[in-house]
Design a binder for this molecule. Structure first.
Ligand code: PGA
Length: 258
């Protein structure tokens, strides 16, 4: 794991965008795993800027989103389909047929989940997965207690996640109770992962994920088992880490490493 602590949100967003751009420059038909929520908005804004001003090309890129609310139609303003089109897809030159987002309205969830997993494999696997982290330590909607080997499936949201996400709805009663989400096992198969976090509200979850035990009580802690994960953190979200000085020391010494 690489832990990078930046001054602020803009810096983590820019650095994440640079990693995405490097991935696409090396492999123009890369498969990206994408996340929703407030955290990746700065990254998406920067990718749009890079596309518009620097010609960053998405024409051969395939994307798989992590999750979706069950029961919200695609056109619903809080669906993750809507979010992705509003905040990224409609501003870049990605081909509509290369966009995959779990369905929140399928008539057969089990079959859909199996198909989604199979499509990821058929497309060659995820080269770079973008993640946020929930205040309860979830990645995607893998809430506490999710098996660390879990695959794409239906997951019941915790009351904490429902409260956290209520800010986007009229009230917490309107937040869907179920989600369809890639599993922890699905995510761990990505070749490279970047987890972004900002703000003091994430400090506890970030510390548990990086320095706590590997446990289904904080599913992001499973990233300790992944061989190429970068945590991009602002100062506040890194506030509860104990080994901060060492993480900084590593970054300072990296240019001289053999
Ligand atoms: P947020 O959500 O980016 O809106 O904080 C992160 C998450 O729940 O994974």
């Amino acid at each position: 794991m690489e832990i990078i602590i930046q001054d602020g949100y803009e810096a983590i967003s820019t650095q994440a965008a640079q990693i995405v751009a490097q991935t696409l420059n090396a492999k123009p038909d890369a498969v990206l795993g994408l996340a929703t929520g407030s955290t990746p908005l700065g990254l998406y804004k920067e990718l749009i800027r890079m596309h518009q001003q620097e010609g960053l090309d998405f024409s051969q890129v395939t994307t798989f989103n992590l999750d979706e609310y069950v029961g919200l139609p695609k056109q619903h303003s809080q669906s993750y389909h809507y979010f992705m089109h509003e905040n990224l897809f409609q501003h870049i030159n990605i081909s509509e047929q290369n966009i995959y987002i779990p369905s929140g309205t399928t008539s057969n969830y089990q079959a859909f989940c199996e198909w989604y997993e199979q499509r990821i494999v058929e497309c060659g696997g995820i080269d770079l997965q973008i993640l946020g982290i929930g205040s309860d330590g979830h990645m995607a909607f893998n809430e506490p207690g999710s098996s660390l080997g879990s695959r794409t499936r239906i997951k019941t949201l915790t009351s904490q996640t429902i409260e956290d996400n209520a800010r986007f709805f009229e009230s917490s009663d309107e937040v869907p109770v179920y989600s369809i989400t890639m599993g922890v096992g699905t995510i761990l198969e990505a070749r490279k992962i970047i987890l972004l976090a900002n703000g003091a509200g994430k400090a506890e979850a970030v510390a548990a994920a990086i320095e706590g035990p590997v446990t289904s009580m904080c599913t992001a802690s499973a990233l300790q088992m992944h061989r190429d994960t970068i945590f991009l953190l602002d100062q506040e979200s890194a506030g509860n880490l104990k080994m901060t000085q060492y993480y900084q020391w590593i970054q300072d010494k990296m240019p001289g490493a053999p």
